[in-house]
Ligand binder design. Structure first.
Ligand SMILES: NC(=O)c1ccc[n+]([C@@H]2O[C@H](COP(=O)([O-])OP(=O)(O)OC[C@H]3O[C@@H](n4cnc5c(N)ncnc54)[C@H](OP(=O)(O)O)[C@@H]3O)[C@@H](O)[C@H]2O)c1
Length: 299
């Protein structure tokens, strides 16, 4: 079978499609026939070795933190052959960029039925990041004022929709190509970052700010009210603003969160922004020419 692997850290050229043996599921694992994985910005850092100190890879490493596919074979009480499933795979584990992958059953959730299975591969890691930023680290409950910086990104767009669905009053910061889409997700106000600076926003406006863009934490902190929260999935905290709680987050797989995301997609509360479906062989190009929106990779 085919697998998109790297044998060493390096540039896009280290991504190669290899012929490899079929994985053999260990006890507690299910064999999944892959419909798609997705490209994430973190794949670039993983491939280049930028995360090697915290997330060391064992080579050869199969890429792909996201997975959508169908169960093959006997897997116990929860999943039957042919069930459509999704998973967020820990980055150091053999990933979903292959024809088949053996996955711990505890990471799997039934896939949404409201979207094609291939598109569902755009949900696990991005949706989990958005959910954990808002509800786990951001402690969002109900009618709070929320700022989503990087609302035009895939994760940011999901965060806007999840926060709106939770009853929050949500503002977004996005580029001109994304402003209308973010409004369509229910954001009350969308600031175009090419026209206005973050510093133009009234200080202390938000109970919670979540950051999915390269904006320094120090620029966003003044926008949060005293005792509010700022969660950054991107930039590090250099000098903490002691008025607020500031969290630098790293998303982690959670089946409970994944199930909530699937429910939200099926209920029409969460739309995915898929813009490309490409073969695994295109991965080196996808790593270089990054499209706006989610690119899926299919074996
Ligand atoms: N810490 C974690 O656990 C974690 C997990 C997942 C993702 N992330 C990070 O979160 C970020 C978003 O991920 P993603 O997968 O959603 O990436 P993505 O869709 O590729 O995000 C790119 C988008 O970010 C927006 N952007 C760029 N510069 C901006 C700025 N200065 N202000 C506002 N928006 C800006 C642009 O949107 P527009 O110009 O169209 O508005 C661009 O299309 C990435 O940096 C990723 O590495 C972190």
């Amino acid at each position: 079978m085919k697998a998109l692997r790297i044998h060493a850290y390096g540039g896009p050229e280290v991504l190669q499609v290899d012929e490899v043996p079929m994985p053999r599921p260990a006890p507690g694992e299910a064999l999944v026939k892959v419909a798609a994985t997705s490209f994430n910005p973190a794949d670039v850092a993983l491939r280049a070795g930028a995360f090697a100190a915290v997330l060391p890879l064992t080579f050869p490493h199969t890429m792909g933190m996201d997975l959508a596919g169908t169960i093959v074979g006997d897997t116990g009480p929860e999943f039957a052959t042919g069930d459509a499933v999704v998973a967020f795979l820990p980055p150091t584990m053999a990933g979903g960029a292959a024809e088949y992958v053996a996955v711990p059953v505890g990471l799997l959730a039934h896939a949404p039925t409201a979207v094609p299975l291939v598109e569902a591969a755009g949900l696990p890691s991005t949706g989990t990041t958005a959910w954990q930023a808002l509800f786990e680290h951001g402690e969002l409950t109900g009618r709070q004022r929320v700022l989503v910086n990087g609302a035009g990104s895939v994760v940011g767009g999901l965060a806007v929709q999840l926060a709106v669905a939770a009853g929050a009053d949500v503002d977004g910061i996005a580029g001109p190509m994304s402003v209308e889409r973010v409004r369509g997700y229910g954001a009350a106000r969308v600031l175009d970052y090419t026209e206005k600076a973050v510093s133009d926003i009234e200080p202390g406006s938000y109970d919670l700010a979540v950051n999915f863009a390269p904006t320094p934490v120090a620029e966003l902190a003044p926008l949060v009210r005293t005792r509010g929260r700022l969660v950054s999935a991107t930039t590090d905290i250099e000098t903490a603003d002691t008025r607020i709680s500031t969290i630098r987050m790293a998303a982690h797989p959670s089946r409970k969160v994944l199930k909530e995301l699937v429910t939200a997609v099926d209920a029409g509360r969460l739309r995915l922004h898929v813009t490309g479906v490409r073969p695994l062989e295109d991965a080196p190009l996808v790593h270089v020419d990054r499209e706006r929106g989610k690119t899926l990779l299919c074996p």
